[in-house]
Design a protein around this ligand. Structure first.
Ligand code: F1X
Length: 397
C-alpha cells in the first residue's frame, strides 16, 4: 500500500487464476446472477439482448466502455475505465471487475434510464424475500429476550447480531447465550470489541458512522445496533452510509433502509420500539442516511475523495461492515495475514472498526499462532466460507 513505510505493497487480487475464489466469482457467480435477474422480471427484448451481450462479454469477451451519455461516465473514467476498456475481465483488479459488472448489469436492464425501467432495482425480489421470510419474524421476536440483560450484555448481543448478520444470519440468540462470563464466540479470528466500546462509552455523545453492507437480514441488526447506541447515548448522532444504486446483489440502498425500518416498526415488541427510536432520530436529524457515489467505486478507501474523508474524519468512530468493505478498507491484496491492521488502515482519517465475516481471501491483523491454527484446522476455506468473523479496530485517528 502506498504511503506505508513499514508495509510493502502486496499483489493486487485478480481473477485470472482458474480454481481460485475470485476466478469462480467471475466465471460462475456473475453468469448465474445474470440468469437469476433475467428470470425474476418480465423484461422486454431490448433488455434480454443487453443481458445476452453482457453475458458474452463477461464469459468470453473483454470490458466495454459506457454509453457516451451515461450520467456517471466521467466518474468511471476517473476510476480507470479507459485503462481497462478492451482488457479481459480476468486481468484487471478483481474489485474493479466485480464493481463494473454490477454497473453494466444495471445498464442492461435500464436502471439508469431514461425510460420506464429507470430506478427499478433488479435485486429487489431477492432482498424482499429475505426481509419477508418467517425466520426474520422469529429473529425479531427474540429481541424481546434481550430486555432482561444488562446494557453491556445487550450491546454485545446487538454487536454480534450486526457482525453475524453479515452472513445473513441474525445472531441474537447465539450471542445472547454467549454474553457475560461465558466463552466468546469461538469463530472470531480477531476481537477488538473492548476497544470499540472504549470509543463509544455510555453518555459519550459522539458521532457514529456506520458504512452498511447488505440489506435485509444484515441491515436490520445494523439498525438495531444504531438504535441501541442512540438510545443509550453511546452516540449522540449516527450517519448510515448506503449504496447510491443496487450493487453486489444484496447491498443496501436508501429504499432498503426504508423497507427495513417499516419492517421493524410493524414487528411489535422490542423490535418496534427500536424502530420508533430510529424513525424519530431520522426526523430530528440524529440519524442521517448518505448515499455517496464513492460507496460504489471500484477502488479501495485509500483513494476516497475529500468530502468523504472529511465525514470520516469528523466521526468518533467509523464502523465498516462486511467483506467487500473490508477489502476496500485494507486494500484488495494478497497481504501476509500477519500484516498489522493498524498499518494497512493507517491512511484512514479517524478511528475505524471492521465488522466482517470472512468471505474472500483478504485477511490482515492475525497473530502468527492464530494464522497457523487456522491453516492447520483442516478447512482450507476458512478465508472464504463465512464461518469465521472478525472485529478489528484502529483507535488512533
Ligand atoms: O460484502 P459482503 O456482502 O460481506 O460480501 C461480498 C461477497 O459476497 O462478494 C464478494 C464476491 O463477489 C466477496 O467479497 C464476498 O464474498
Amino acid at each position: 500500500m502506498t504511503g506505508m513505510p513499514d508495509t510493502p505493497p502486496a499483489p493486487v487480487i485478480r481473477g485470472d487464476e482458474p480454481g481460485s475464489f475470485p476466478h469462480s466469482v467471475l466465471a460462475e457467480r456473475h453468469p448465474a446472477i445474470i440468469r437469476q435477474v433475467r428470470d425474476a422480471f418480465p423484461y422486454g427484448p431490448g433488455q434480454h439482448r443487453a443481458l445476452d451481450e453482457l453475458l458474452a462479454s463477461c464469459t468470453e469477451g473483454t470490458i466495454g466502455s459506457l454509453p457516451a451519455d451515461a450520467p456517471d461516465r466521467d466518474r468511471w473514467l476517473a476510476w480507470g475505465l479507459a485503462d481497462h476498456t478492451g482488457r479481459s475481465w480476468y486481468d484487471v483488479p478483481w474489485l474493479w471487475s466485480e464493481s463494473y459488472f454490477y454497473r453494466r448489469l444495471l445498464e442492461a436492464v435500464g436502471y439508469f434510464g431514461p425510460g420506464a425501467w429507470q430506478g427499478i432495482d433488479p435485486f429487489r425480489p431477492f432482498k424482499r424475500a429475505e426481509l419477508d421470510a418467517a425466520q426474520t419474524d422469529g429473529e425479531l421476536a427474540a429481541l424481546d429476550g434481550l430486555e432482561d440483560l444488562t446494557e453491556q450484555e445487550r450491546a454485545r448481543a446487538l454487536l454480534h447480531g450486526s457482525l453475524w448478520g453479515n452472513r445473513a444470519d441474525l445472531g441474537f440468540r447465539l450471542s445472547a447465550e454467549g454474553t457475560g462470563t461465558r466463552e466468546p464466540v469461538p469463530a472470531l479470528v480477531a476481537d477488538d470489541t473492548e476497544t470499540l466500546w472504549s470509543l463509544l462509552p455510555p453518555d459519550g455523545r459522539g458521532t457514529l458512522v456506520l458504512v452498511a453492507d447488505n440489506a435485509g437480514r444484515e441491515l436490520v441488526p445494523d439498525l438495531l445496533l444504531i438504535a441501541h447506541l442512540l438510545a443509550g447515548a453511546r452516540a449522540a448522532r449516527a450517519v448510515l452510509h448506503v449504496k447510491p444504486y443496487p450493487y453486489y446483489v444484496s447491498d443496501a440502498t436508501t429504499a432498503d433502509v426504508v423497507e427495513a425500518l417499516r419492517r421493524l416498526c410493524a414487528a411489535g415488541g422490542a423490535a418496534a420500539a427500536h424502530g420508533r427510536v430510529l424513525w424519530s432520530a431520522m426526523a430530528d436529524g440524529r440519524l442521517a442516511v448518505r448515499a455517496h457515489p464513492f460507496s460504489c467505486a471500484p477502488l479501495p478507501y485509500e483513494r476516497m475523495p475529500g468530502d468523504l474523508r472529511a465525514e470520516f474524519a469528523a466521526a468518533t468512530v467509523t464502523v465498516v461492515k462486511g467483506d467487500l468493505n473490508y477489502r476496500r478498507l485494507v486494500g484488495d491484496r494478497w497481504w501476509p495475514p500477519t500484516t498489522p491492521f493498524q498499518e494497512v488502515t493507517g491512511y484512514f482519517p479517524g478511528p475505524v472498526a471492521a465488522l466482517r465475516t470472512l468471505k474472500s481471501d483478504v485477511i490482515t491483523g492475525l497473530s502468527a499462532p492464530d494464522e497457523a491454527a487456522l491453516e492447520a484446522s483442516g478447512d482450507r476455506r476458512w478465508r472464504t466460507s463465512g464461518t469465521h468473523a472478525l472485529v478489528q479496530v484502529r483507535a488512533a485517528g
